[in-house]
Design a protein around this ligand. Structure first.
Ligand code: PLP
Length: 389
């Protein structure tokens, strides 16, 4: 697959320049068509009880395999969950806290990766928040805050508004030395770079699929490192969480309310029934990314990022993204005087970006081209010297 093939498979790219993948990605036609067809078959199945849906269910299940390949995990380490926020909350509430325990997060995190932890204050857990300096969180910040009482260090691999890229390997070594888990919000990274949960020592990772994975809403994934799957238990339970024998007895005999046995394996964490149509879409979208190759995706995005950064700096714009070697990925944010006016100005030329934290966030995917970046920069240039920029 080349860039042209990829672009041809995404109808929303016609007539506009989409540089907004950190918000919501366009849907590949195959994902849209498969979801529609599955839904049609589902409706027919309920009307006639005479339609076999097994091949669709298989496609939905494929999503685990595809996701695990994108992050270097195995399929049996992936649970299906509704979204990132759900996953982060689930993790936050299942870790073993003691009096005096703390968790560590930072000011570059998206709300979800802060509030899930802040809630723990109600249980007496201290929540330490490392402050960023000029859009960066230093390793010294972790050194000062993570100690023997730290249960979890929670970070997003790529920062949601400025693209700051944490050095997860260094953070996990540090956290593990002190007995803490590394919890990663993956939604701004999975699909735009190769993640390696083993290399980076990631214990948990939560991710939705509507951003860089180009999938629909409601198709989230939770990675739990193999050794921890049986050691821990989910904080709330659904049918999948309990021993299948118990479930069967509850259906054919009666539920035994005096006993609770957990099911084995990752399924224990799949506490809500999944939106199988969404996972069919997510499978198709991830298939497209894997077909192009995640390493190639990462490489292309890096090249486009560098081209964009150069162009913004040449035009005298101030970046909120730290641009040292290896410090950022996929998301570039530059300051403007009037973000609403800039957004309006760009949208008149059918350019889609986001207004975030006092600046404009630009988030190109692998199929965006240097020509599109040139058009974007030339249009910005027309606004320079006005009250907008
Ligand atoms: C870094 C980050 N985490 C979490 C979320 C929320 O994701 P979800 O809708 O999958 O819960 C967002 C959404 O913008 C995000 O940018």
């Amino acid at each position: 697959m080349d860039i042209k093939d990829a672009r041809n498979s995404i109808p929303a790219l016609n007539g506009r320049i989409l540089l907004n993948h950190a918000a919501v990605s366009p849907l590949p036609i195959k994902a849209a068509e498969s979801m529609k067809n599955f839904l049609n078959d589902k409706v027919r199945a309920r009307l006639t009880y005479n339609v076999n849906l097994e091949h669709w269910m298989e496609k939905a299940r494929d999503s685990k395999r595809f996701f695990s390949r994108l992050i270097g995990a195995t399929e049996d380490e992936i649970a299906l969950i509704p979204n990132t926020t759900f996953g982060l909350n689930l993790i936050a509430h299942m870790l073993p806290y003691k009096p005096g325990s703390n968790v560590v997060t930072n000011t570059l995190e998206y709300t979800s990766n802060v509030i899930a932890w802040l809630k723990l204050r109600e249980l007496g857990v201290e929540v330490r928040i490392i402050r960023d300096v000029n859009g960066r969180i230093s390793l010294e910040g972790f050194e000062k805050n993570v100690d023997e009482r730290t249960v979890a260090v929670a970070v997003g691999q790529v920062g949601w508004f400025n693209g700051f890229r944490h050095n997860l390997k260094a953070i996990s070594e540090f956290a593990h030395d002190r007995g803490a888990f590394l919890v990663v919000d993956g939604i701004q990274a999975v699909g735009n770079m190769k993640i390696d949960v083993v290399r980076d020592g990631i214990d948990f990772l939560a991710c939705g699929s509507y951003k860089w994975l180009m999938g629909p809403q409601n198709a989230g994934f939770l990675y739990i490192k193999k050794d921890l799957i049986d050691e821990l238990n989910p904080p709330f339970l659904g049918e999948n969480s309990i021993d299948p024998g118990m479930v069967e007895r509850s259906i054919y005999e009666r539920f035994d309310p005096f006993d609770l046995k957990y099911s084995k394996g990752i399924g224990k964490y799949e506490v809500v029934h999944i939106d199988d149509v969404a996972y069919v879409g997510a499978s198709e979208s991830m298939h497209l990314i894997l077909d192009f190759g995640i390493e190639r995706v990462e490489e292309r995005i890096k090249r486009i990022d560098e081209y964009l950064v150069e162009g913004l700096l040449e035009r005298g714009l101030e970046l909120q993204t730290p641009i040292g070697e290896g410090e950022y990925h996929a998301i570039i944010n530059f300051k403007v005087k009037d973000a609403d006016k800039v957004m309006e100005f760009l949208s008149r030329s059918n350019i889609v970006v986001s207004k975030r934290v006092g600046g404009i966030r630009v988030s190109p995917h692998f199929y965006n081209t240097e020509e599109e970046i040139d058009i974007f920069l030339n249009i910005l240039e027309k606004a320079s010297g006005t009250e907008m920029l």
